[in-house]
Every structure is written in structure tokens, then in C-alpha cells.
Design a protein. Structure first.
Lengths: 255, 138
């Protein structure tokens, strides 16, 4: 009996194909590649943040939270921008793919904005000596969190799935108005939250060279991580839809 | 109402304007009462302007989301869950602006709060009629 070469004859291959981790030819899919690269970068990022990054002269070790906090917060803005664009595209074109993208980005965005709030709370306790304060940036971020939790809720409360997708798209478009306000809140109302370190109103001299290099690396890591999470969630939603169709046709067949 | 031969934008704006006018009438009755009870001057142009701007935004978003929430399950819960966070920036800005207006500040003294409400109103005026046609379609 001839021994098959490589991965072709492996018994686990159909399972891998079904999960979408490899394509029909047995090569790793784009999602797998992004997951692997994001995983490696995340380990390097952790090493850079805790071993290489210089300790802040004023804030001490707690300043390291910032390398997570800032990329996560910006990724949540990115997620809500994706929701905004995909929602408009869905309303215009009525393509289910756009709705899947909006839904996946919305879920990942809620997770990221929650993490941004939590990492901010951890940072605030030693630095501001309080867990939470009703300051413009924190308040507007809290509002953002509420909007996108409502965005996820409206789908399950709609009369049917198609209506849910349209309602969610409406919330996704109207809700995005708040995102620029969250970003500019620190610029408009000078308060105790530090100024933005990226974007048009950033203060260039607030970080030294090593710090900004590590922040940039952290950004790249989190962008890849974000893309992977959205792709994974979309694939999961497609699998859910497929399962629903199978269940529906089985029920019609009377089993 | 949806079968009448007018555009969906017109229906939306009519609904929004009627609730806007109704709210303004209620405010016109309440404002003098509160001015007497809490002892401040209601005859300030900045205060009235702030109130009208904030009411406009409130009516626009309220009309859109009530049309949406009316068709969902447990609509009594869904309306505030949707409406409250979206309108909250307008309410915060209106509270800040009217506090300063009652304190006797001029338009310059109201700072960024009044333009912020105006920007929200303008965005809602553009976006809400557009998405309303998708919400009510069959």
C-alpha cells in the first residue's frame, strides 16, 4: 500500500477543512495564517511590553497598561467604523455578507470597548486614586458601550431576522456619530484624561523613541488580532446559518 | 399612513415635526412655571434657543426609534435602551448650555455646547429620514 505524501492522506483533514482552517487543497486558509502571525506577534508584544519597554519615570510600572489600553481603544473605534460602513452597504445592497461583517465587527467592538474601559479602570486606580470618575472621556466611552450593547440587543428583539438586520444597521449608522465625539472629548474639554497619543491632535513629545516604537508594534499586533477575530466570528456565523438550514430541511423531511 | 402616495421622508418629517411642536408647547407652558418656582429669568434668548435646538434633536431621534421599537418584542424595554444612549450627548450638552444660559452668559459664554447640539441636529436631520424609509418598508 503506497504511503500518501504530506497532509493529503491524514485522517483529520476533512475536519480541518470543515472548520475552515485549511482550504480544499489542504493549504492553510488566510484566517489560519493571520491567526498564527497574530499569535506570534502577541507573544513578542508581551515580551516587549514587560521586558524591553522602559519604566515610566513618573507613573512607574502601571504605565505599561497603556500599551494595551491605547491599541484596544483605537481598535474599538475601528470596529465601529467597520460596523458603520458595512451597515450602509447592507442597507444599499442587501447583501447578507455585509450584515455578517457588521455583526462580527459589532461583537468584537463591544468586547474591545469593554476591555478598554477595564484596562482604563486598572490604570486609573493607582494614578488618579479612584476607579472611576465622571470625566468627559470616560462618560462618552460608557455611552459608546451602551450604544453598541443596544446594537447587539436589537437583533434578538426584532420580529424576524431580516428586520433585525435592518434595525441593527440603523443603530450602527446613528450610533457611529458618537465615536468622533469620544475621540475629541479629550481635546474639546481639557480634563484629567491624558491627551491622544495618535491621530491629528496627538502630542508628539509625550513618548520617547522606544516607547513609541513598542506602541506601534502593539498597534500592528492588535490590528491583526482584530482582523482574525472578525474573520473567525464571520465564519462561525456562516456555520450557524448552515446548521439552521440543515435543521430546517430535516424538520421539513419529518425527522 | 404608509400607503399614502407621499415619500417616506415626508412622513418621517411630519411625524417628527408634530412631536417637536407638541414638546415645544409643553415646554412653553412649563418654562414660566419653573422660572417662577426656581426664581430665574425665562426671558433669555440663549436659554430658549438651547431648549428649541435640544428638543429638535430629541424629536428626530425619538421618532425614528419609536417607529423601530414599536415593531420589536418587549417594546417598553427596547425604546429606552436604544434611545437613551444615542440622545445622551445631546442631553448632556443641553444641560451644560442651559446651566450657563440661566447663569446669564451670552452665546460666547456657552462655549462648545451649543454648536455640539447644532451638529447633532444637523446629522440627525440628514440621517434619520434616510434610514426611516428602510425601517418602515415591508
Amino acid at each position: 500500500m503506497a504511503r500518501t505524501e504530506g497532509i493529503e492522506g491524514w485522517r483529520g483533514l476533512p475536519l480541518l477543512r470543515w472548520t475552515g482552517l485549511v482550504d480544499s487543497a489542504g493549504r492553510p486558509s488566510l484566517r489560519t495564517v493571520i491567526a498564527a502571525v497574530a499569535g506570534v506577534l502577541m507573544l513578542v508584544d508581551l515580551y516587549l511590553i514587560f521586558m524591553v519597554a522602559p519604566t515610566d519615570s513618573v507613573l512607574g510600572h502601571i504605565q505599561r497598561v497603556f500599551y494595551f489600553h491605547v491599541p484596544i481603544a483605537i481598535m474599538s473605534f475601528l470596529a465601529f467604523f467597520v460596523v458603520f460602513v458595512a451597515s450602509i452597504a447592507y442597507l444599499v445592497k442587501r447583501d447578507q455578507g455585509w450584515d455578517n461583517l457588521a455583526y462580527a465587527a459589532g461583537e468584537v467592538g463591544v468586547v474591545f470597548v469593554t476591555l478598554a474601559l477595564l484596562s482604563g479602570v486598572i490604570w486609573a486606580k493607582p494614578v488618579w486614586n479612584t476607579w472611576w470618575t465622571w470625566e468627559p472621556r470616560l462618560t462618552t466611552t460608557m455611552i459608546l458601550w451602551l450604544i453598541y450593547v443596544a446594537y447587539l440587543m436589537i437583533r434578538s428583539y426584532a420580529p424576524n431576522r431580516a428586520k433585525g438586520a435592518i434595525y441593527a444597521a440603523v443603530v450602527g449608522i446613528i450610533g457611529f456619530i458618537d465615536v468622533p465625539i469620544v475621540y475629541y472629548s479629550v481635546v474639546w474639554w481639557r480634563s484629567i484624561h491624558p491627551s491622544p497619543v495618535v491621530g491629528p491632535f496627538s502630542q508628539a513629545d509625550s513618548l520617547n523613541g522606544t516607547m513609541s516604537a513598542i506602541l506601534l508594534f502593539s498597534f500592528i499586533t492588535f490590528v491583526l488580532f482584530f482582523v482574525y477575530l472578525v474573520l473567525e466570528r464571520m465564519a462561525l456565523r456562516n456555520a450557524e446559518d448552515e446548521l439552521g438550514r440543515v435543521r430546517f430541511s430535516l424538520r421539513r423531511a419529518g425527522r | 399612513m404608509l400607503v399614502s402616495p407621499v415619500s417616506r421622508d415626508a412622513i418621517f418629517l411630519a411625524k417628527a415635526m408634530s412631536s417637536f411642536i407638541f414638546m415645544v408647547l409643553v415646554e412653553a407652558a412649563l418654562l414660566p412655571a419653573y422660572a417662577v418656582l426656581l426664581d430665574f429669568s425665562a426671558l433669555s434668548f440663549t436659554l430658549v434657543f438651547t431648549i428649541v435646538l435640544a428638543t429638535l434633536g430629541f424629536a428626530l431621534v425619538g421618532t425614528l426609534f419609536s417607529a423601530m421599537a414599536a415593531q420589536t418584542r418587549s417594546r417598553e424595554i427596547m425604546l429606552p435602551v436604544l434611545f437613551f444612549p444615542i440622545i445622551l450627548p445631546v442631553i448632556i450638552a443641553a444641560v451644560e448650555a442651559s446651566t450657563r444660559a440661566i447663569g446669564g452668559e451670552t452665546f460666547v459664554g456657552l462655549g462648545r455646547w451649543l454648536p455640539l447640539i447644532a451638529v447633532f441636529d444637523a446629522l440627525f436631520l440628514v440621517i434619520c429620514p434616510w434610514v426611516f424609509s428602510f425601517v418602515v418598508e415591508e
